[in-house]
Design a protein around this ligand. Structure first.
Ligand code: GDP
Ligand code: CA
Length: 347
């Protein structure tokens, strides 16, 4: 897929927040570099020549209800990053943010002291919650929010149904075991308290959002960015029908490792992989996803150049593998990495 004419027309990407968003920035950069424009028009029929349709299926297991509002961290990180509204230094939330509402709420003793919503960000959650109250689904509300940001991709929540990732921890104050929202484990406790289980709460009753399964089935290639294998990709896969569709879809499924050496690049993938008993290495995560040749998810797996010694182990699983630089330092560098994943898809 190196020549222009062989560039895939329909690309479907499963995404978490920051890792997924950076990957998508690189993908959009690559699309532009090859002389194509993103297509976000109708999904019926053909994608016009010269256009590439990118569908993003985003994790909503991190979503939380706060002050009566629905907050969707991963959907918003993708939307803000691709729409130019992200705070680059923090990697999440709005640029030019102010914190007046949070300060006022603190004076009332209301809200979660460890979770801050900026004023600009708050407007997004107000808008989303109003759209939902008017009877729209989360997918429809997301589409409305994206009209402002023009992210260049079709952004779909994995499900319109409520799913929350919960983590069973030892409460550091009481010493008791307790199930907490993933955000509490990650932000309040810094992923530094003992954790024993991770559950995508209510996932078994959820349905994939409209268009999700079709986007996987109709894709020319499906890409798994280096998003967290447990609480981003893992949660998306917990929605009934999504893993099964990936396993059976006609397009190649290519993943990129978020583990380099024996740690995550940023975030808390290492801690969570340990909780679910997966070896913290690029090969360990590849084995966890498994090969499509034996009922798993992957046709190909990109690992970092420094992990090249693991290539034979991954190939032995029946997964094509390549070792290339995997640090997403800036969109141009990430675009090279994404190009490698497409090359692997056509190998
Ligand atoms: P989150 O929802 O904000 O945690 O974001 P994701 O789940 O989409 O991505 C987080 C994962 O991306 C982490 O587990 C990291 O290991 C991985 N990651 C972040 N930056 C990089 C990078 O520059 N290169 C690679 N290979 N992985 C990265
Ligand atoms: Ca997330």
């Amino acid at each position: 897929m190196t020549g222009q004419h062989t560039f895939p027309k329909r690309i479907t990407v499963l995404s978490g927040g920051v890792g997924g968003a950076r990957f998508l920035e690189g993908l959009l950069r690559l699309v532009a570099r090859r002389g194509f424009e993103p297509w976000t028009g109708s999904t019926d029929g053909e994608v016009p020549d010269g256009r590439v349709q990118i569908t993003v299926v985003a994790n909503t297991g991190d979503d939380l209800r706060l002050h009566g509002l629905l907050v969707c961290p991963d959907l918003d990180t993708v939307m803000y990053t691709l729409g130019g509204g992200i705070d680059r230094d923090r990697g999440w939330g709005r640029s030019q943010e102010t914190w007046n509402a949070k300060e006022e709420l603190t004076h009332y003793g209301v809200g979660l002291p460890w979770f801050g919503l900026g004023d600009r960000d708050l407007a997004t959650h107000l808008a989303r919650t109003q759209l939902l109250a008017e009877g729209r689904s989360l997918s429809e509300a997301t589409e409305v929010l994206c009209r402002r940001w023009n992210p260049g991709v079709r952004l779909l929540p994995m499900s319109d149904d409520r799913i929350e990732t919960h983590v069973l921890i030892t409460n550091p104050a009481s010493g008791e075991r307790e199930n907490v929202h993933f955000q509490e484990y990650w932000i309040r406790y810094g992923a530094a308290v003992p954790a024993f289980a991770i559950t995508p709460q209510w996932a078994e009753h959820a349905k994939p959002a409209p268009g999700v399964l079709e986007a996987i089935d109709n894709a020319d290639v499906v890409l798994l960015p280096p998003s967290n294998p447990v609480v981003s990709i893992g949660t998306i896969l917990s929605v009934p029908g999504i893993a099964e569709t990936l396993k059976g879809c006609p397009a190649p499924v290519i993943g990129v490792s978020g583990i380099i050496g024996s740690d995550h690049v940023r975030g808390m993938a290492r801690q969570l992989l340990e909780v679910v008993g997966v070896e913290v290495s690029a090969a360990g995560v590849a084995a966890h996803y498994g090969s499509r040749t034996s009922g798993g998810l992957l046709d190909g797996w990109l690992i970092d150049s420094s992990d090249a010694a693991q290539l034979p182990r991954i190939e032995a699983l029946g997964i094509r593998a390549e070792a290339v630089p995997l640090w997403m330092t800036e969109p141009d560098v990430t675009a090279d990495m994404v190009a490698e994943s497409l090359r692997l898809a056509s190998r």
